[in-house]
Design a protein around this ligand. Sequence first.
Ligand code: MG
Length: 376
Amino acid sequence: MKNVIILGSTGSIGTQTLEVIEKLEGYKVSALSCGKNIELLKKQIEKFSPKFVCTQTSDDADILSKIYPQTKFFFGNKGLLELIKTEYDVLVVATSGIVSVKAVLKAIENKKTIALANKETLVMAGDIVMKKAKEYKTPIIPIDSEHSAILQCLNKTDNPYAQRLWITASGGPFLNNTREEMQSFSAKDALNHPRWNMGKKITVDCATLVNKGLEVIEAHHLYDFDYDNIKVVIHPESLVHSFVEFTDGSFLAQMGLPSMHIPIQYALTYPERKKGIKTNSFCPYGRQMNFFEPDFNKFPLLKITIECGKQGGIMPAILNAANEIAVYKFLEGKINFLDIEKIVLKEIESTKNTLNPTIDEIFEKDKEIRLKLSQL
Ligand code: MG
């Protein structure tokens, strides 16, 4: 029996991971962590009986420990570190934001598989995290569909014949709209994603294509490819989840219906494959697939994000923080859609880069930018 810890169990990836584990033989939940959705957490505790649970606040931990005396409760950032001291085989990191970055760095020392769905970990601290993962030989298996596809095509991460990565993008809900039309789009329009069912923040990031830029940065760190050898290709049908191009001109693609269950399960069972959730099957009959070059003029944040990745240092963290605050302002109806890129660009252009930052320098910068922008 393999024990799984899920950080961020009540979010989109967390709940889908639990759906996968329910149908997957040989896996059980040993620990959960959650932020604010205590009602859902209660249902998860009743269904999966985890030995350990970490809540955000001490009040929630106190209340829950009285209702569920069989479970040991922790709270806060220190609580997350306590969870990763417990026995486990796979750590699923499905939190959003930066709360789990330090826990991941600590977990690397355990040499147990880390199934990573959190983008900030690699975007903000990719150099530090991957260096440490190599040092401890800890597998970091991506849950994101594109990076899972690349891993499945590469077979092993240092495949010497792999020349280029082609990351597919659905293009988001505004693929066929003009910039004039985008100007007046509301949060509701942006949240209406044509293919994938995801959390709100990432759905807006798909509409601006920031998400794809962040995935390029992640792919650079995960697979050690130069930015020049990572391409983005718009593929509205979301059936090919990415390609790897080899030296002899061959392309390998990983395909399937757009469902996060498949990459989640692959991360849990890697390098094996098992029968499991497979909720719907893919049939190629009658399907059409299109592939286009991305329009960087229409979606400038894609280019800006990749550029920040190339610059490295503290720039990706600056971009990430500025983008997140701008996206929440947009979701609250305080700014319009195209203001997101203006806010991000202004922040990037006005901040000096620091190369080889420490993890604390990255966190400090992140905090500084969030504070500054949320006061605007
Ligand atoms: Mg993705």
